[in-house]
Design a protein around this ligand. Structure first.
Ligand SMILES: [Zn+2]
Length: 450
């Protein structure tokens, strides 16, 4: 009975039962609050939802950390160049991970590498909860790509220099600034260099991080690329599919007329690219990679196509996938129907999912967003909210607060061989990251002499 009253009392708009003495009602109310906040102690419940940047910057240690960026920009540039020149295609990040591990260890953090290769430096807080600052290690460039960094005027030019050389350098710089200033956070901060963000990495590094810390995790800040003009608070859902069509194969002359998997794939593709997609919710598809055949004078025994589907609405992705299936079935049927020698071999087809990124959104009243807005105001920056596909998709899809940010400076040509980064203004971007991080991690000032 008491329990029921307590539960009802939590619907704030309802009047309290008038027959109970006031003291009892207050007690019940307190019990009710504690009941719905099982994971927070009363002390934590009193804590502000996020810390304003100006109150943080009143602390001498935080000021020391902020100054550190301005004084050590060359160190940050050098680390970025060094890391960018270590090849790190998705699934081959180990060498770059080792270099990051060495730097984080030299900053006095407790380091471990998890079983899929994420490097995690831990700065213990005064309570159990955890905040993650993460940057992905991997690049889209295959092994053997020329990745030596060139300096052109004020710019650094190399594949991967910005995505995610900037994010990794930012991660190390923030960790170093915090350690140099001897800042003790309230929540534990994990500095994570994670594997598997790009392409078929399919966010595997972030998935593993979230799995490992999920119960204690309160916020995730992802550093991805450059800039300070945006904050990603909405996760763009995507699905990646591989179409595979197979047949017996044969000789181009003597077996002419046998069903040909490449012909079938072309017929299917021409149908699919005519699929209408809505402008709102924005929905896109891309035929990104095509393979098959062994020589110009052979009827191939297989043909493959990789397709990327994205939408602001996950229902549209499902609709596109079913359209792709219909088109492949129809393309294969066309080829079989039109093959003069169709009795000499049947084509088979299947579609495999090779990646899936769930969608999600940060609520507008989120403490993490409040911390970012406060940091923007403090450093004099303006940023727009964006929807994008990043490591933040995973926490956002699970209702864990997360954003993705550029780590300052400016960049362009991401995922191309002409990718560039310009460090001018980087310190503002790093201050923004630090203040946002401490805004949600909190600050435990040193106790003075008693
Ligand atoms: Zn990236």
């Amino acid at each position: 009975m008491k329990r029921r009253i307590a539960t009802k009392t939590l619907k704030w708009a309802e009047p309290l039962p008038p027959l109970l003495p006031v003291r009892t009602v207050k007690q019940l109310l307190l019990c009710a609050i504690l009941l719905v906040m099982p994971i927070r102690s009363p002390v934590l419940a009193n804590r502000p939802r996020s810390f304003s940047s100006s109150s943080l910057a009143d602390q001498p240690q935080v000021r020391t950390a902020l100054d550190w960026f301005t004084k050590n920009l060359k160190w940050v540039d050098d680390e970025q160049v060094k890391l960018t020149e270590i090849p790190a295609p998705s699934f081959q990040e180990a060498k770059r991970a080792e270099a990051v591990r060495d730097i984080l260890a030299s900053e006095g953090l407790a380091i471990h590498t998890d079983k899929i290769g994420n490097v995690i430096g831990e700065l213990p807080g005064s309570d159990e909860e955890v905040v993650v600052l993460a940057a992905h290690l991997d690049t889209v460039f295959p092994a053997g790509t020329e990745i030596k960094v060139r300096r052109e005027g004020g710019r650094l030019v190399a594949p991967g220099i910005s995505d995610n050389g900037t994010g990794l350098a930012g991660l190390l710089a923030v960790a170093r600034a915090i350690q140099t200033a001897k800042i003790k956070p309230r929540r534990t901060i994990l500095f994570a260099a994670n594997v598997g963000e790009e392409g078929e990495g399919n966010l595997r590094g972030m998935r593993a991080l979230i799995d490992a810390y999920r119960t204690k995790l309160r916020a995730v800040i992802v550093l991805d690329g450059s800039g300070t003009d945006h904050v990603t608070t909405k996760a763009l859902a995507s699905r990646r599919l591989e179409v595979l069509i197979t047949g017996p194969g044969g000789h181009s002359w003597s077996d002419f007329g046998m069903p040909n998997p490449i012909n079938a794939l072309v017929r299917a593709s021409v149908r699919f690219i005519n699929t209408k997609v809505p402008a709102a919710p924005r929905t896109t598809f891309n035929l990104g990679q095509i393979e098959g055949g062994t020589s110009v004078n052979s009827i191939p025994y297989e043909a493959k196509l990789k397709v990327d589907l994205r939408s602001e609405n996950e229902d549209e992705i499902a609709r596109l996938e079913s359209s792709l299936r219909d088109c492949v079935a129809a393309g294969v049927k066309d080829e079989m129907d039109n093959a003069r020698e169709r009795n000499r071999g049947k084509l088979e087809w299947k579609i495999n999912q090779i990646g899936s990124r769930p969608g999600g959104e940060l609520p507008p009243d989120s403490p993490l967003l409040a911390a970012l807005r406060s940091a923007d105001e403090y450093v004099g920056n303006q940023s727009r909210v964006e929807r994008s596909s990043t490591d933040a998709n995973i926490p956002l899809s699970l209702g864990i607060e997360a954003i993705a940010l550029g780590a300052g400076g400016s960049g362009g040509g991401a995922h191309s061989l002409q990718e560039w980064y310009e460090p001018a203004g980087r310190d503002m971007g790093l201050k923004r990251v630090l203040l946002t991080l401490l805004g949600v991690a909190g600050f435990a000032p040193e106790k003075g002499p008693s």
